[in-house]
Ligand binder design. Sequence first.
Ligand SMILES: C[S@@+](CC[C@H](N)C(=O)[O-])C[C@H]1O[C@@H](n2cnc3c(N)ncnc32)[C@H](O)[C@@H]1O
Length: 294
Amino acid sequence: MFSAAHGADKVQVGHSVELAGRGHRLLITLTGSCLADTIFTARSVPADRILVAMVAVGEGPELGDAFGRALSDRQTGQPGAIVIERDDGFIEVDSGDYLGGWSDRDTWALERAPGRVLDMGAGAGRASLAVQERGQDVVALDVSPGAVGVCRRRGVKEVFLGTVAELAAAGGAPFDSVLMLGNNLGLLGSLERAPEALAALGAVLRPDGVIVGACIDPYQTDKPVHLAYHECNRRAGRMPGQVTIRVRYQRLATGWFDLLWMSLNELGEIAAPAGWRVTSALPGAEYRAVLARN
Ligand SMILES: C[S@@+](CC[C@H](N)C(=O)[O-])C[C@H]1O[C@@H](n2cnc3c(N)ncnc32)[C@H](O)[C@@H]1O
């Protein structure tokens, strides 16, 4: 079969063969007892021990719902690494336990999120499920179709696929609290975008509603690679903790987007002109904070 496909009947296992002019690569893997460095002929290996996959060559990762696909796979017992790629080339495996993880700090946050709750950037819905268990109404909102599907399958009763602005446009009852766990206060994005993001959250909240969230304090590190990134940001006129990243999972990548890691003080300074103030906080490298209107 290989000779018909690419003009040779011998392929080194673990290597790939480019199909001339087609922009694709043929990947061949042997399973079972076959040795990985064997030169084999197609006829010498049982068909059920050969896995063949076609991947595009030179096109990089496929743009898509990397985070949602990873959550869906995890939900069906197929765990795989989620990789965060920063625009300076720094990569890191995301160690978040999005399906099962919970901490005392998250409980602290939940206890400060009364009434009807919007779980902003719900992921696999761990916060929404905890809110439901407390007997409160909650809407799990996420821009990832995969994440929203996982929330639904895990039993979150109300889900919304889209942005907060789209939810506001769709109408519906106002919320008493917005929850932004999993460091989702970072979704404020940048110094420039934060006022618009806070206004969108304000638009779905009652006047006395609160935002309860988590965020990374970027200054609680001594790693040279991060300090150099901060410095680069300063020189470019950005806040030190603004990171441009994309999420990678297998061959998928999201588009590039910005998160804003800020100290508690910076959060207060950014929130104030938009009419918000920090009313209580649990300080730390991954702090929790409550914001209310002035
Ligand atoms: C780090 S995960 C946190 C998930 C969850 N809050 C938790 O604590 O497990 C961030 C989530 O935010 C979602 N997200 C990113 N940008 C968003 C936006 N602009 N609006 C709503 N959700 C967003 C992502 O799809 C992802 O599911």
